[in-house]
Design a protein around this ligand. Structure first.
Ligand code: NDP
Length: 248
């Protein structure tokens, strides 16, 4: 466990999957947490997560904010700063995976992928960094496909996650003098709604891993907690694979 007592965390896409595991872990480690979601169907789950966290003595907020809407992302960060205080730990987790042959990918697919997977992290970082305390943490959730696409049909998604690597390295340089770190965590196949362990793609994904099984959301949350905590203070500009050995 890391000691995040007194820290404020902001997590995008915290209602389900990897994001919800990150919210739970950062709160368990002591942080007050605000998180976003987008779907009306996730509102009840988001409020239940808020109740869970407040029951543990944390301050918690669920904010409906579409990452495709730059103003909504900026407002969500600003609301968090106003209500909970400056963001110590920013986790850009919300993402979409539009797959298919490149000939079928439309300009709209490109723009939606880049808006949610790349522009939203940029907007959240810009909104949070000015008041981020020295020693703050920026953690972007990439993908093992950023380093190696590995199969057909993932060009748009891989492009968006690779862009996060450049963004993160630049941030490390921009913010390092303030002791603020910026890193990318690259998950391999993690059992979530986006990539269920019993889905059509699962067997072919497991076949190319070193560890022959899916990971769990808490595996990613553990790495995020490490980077967010005091033990992660000298790690910056790094790409950290939590991918079952996909890249090996
Ligand atoms: P899920 O699809 O299971 O959950 C996505 C979460 O992000 C939900 O909380 C969802 O909110 C939110 N979200 C989606 N779109 C938006 C949006 N436009 N605005 C705000 N929030 C949004 O995804 P995972 O948990 O599997 O993935 C999380 C991250 O990890 C993503 O960036 C993904 O690319 C990355 N990743 C996942 C892998 C995997 O195998 N699962 C592998 C590699 C990377 P709501 O509930 O409201 O819809």
């Amino acid at each position: 466990m890391q000691n995040l007592t007194g820290k404020v965390a902001f997590v995008t896409g915290g209602s389900r999957g990897i994001g919800a595991a990150i919210v739970r872990r950062l709160a368990a480690d002591g942080a007050d947490v605000a998180f976003t979601y987008v779907s009306a169907s996730s509102a009840a789950a988001a409020q239940a997560l808020v109740q869970e966290l407040t029951g543990q003595g944390r301050r918690a907020r669920a904010i409906q904010a579409d990452s495709a809407d730059a103003d909504a992302v900026r407002r969500a960060v600003e609301d968090t700063i106003r209500e909970l205080g400056p963001v110590d730990v920013l986790v850009n987790n919300a993402g979409i995976f539009l797959a298919g042959p490149i000939g079928d990918a439309s300009l709209e697919d490109y723009e939606r992928t880049m808006d949610i997977n790349v522009r939203a992290p940029f907007v959240a970082i810009r909104a949070a960094q000015a008041s981020m305390p020295d020693g703050g943490r920026i953690i972007n959730i990439g993908s093992c496909l950023a380093g190696r696409a590995g199969r057909a049909g993932v060009a748009l998604y891989a492009a968006s996650k690779s862009a996060l690597v450049g963004l993160t390295q630049g941030l490390a340089r921009d913010l390092g003098a303030r002791g603020i770190t910026a890193n990318v965590v690259h998950p391999g196949p993690i059992d979530t709604d986006m990539n269920p362990a019993d889905g059509d793609r699962a067997a072919s994904l497991v076949a190319v891993l070193s560890l022959p099984h899916y990971g769990e959301s808490r595996d990613i949350a553990g790495m995020v907690a490490f980077l967010a905590g005091p033990d992660g203070r000298y790690v910056t500009g790094a790409s950290l694979a939590v991918d079952g050995g996909y890249a090996a």
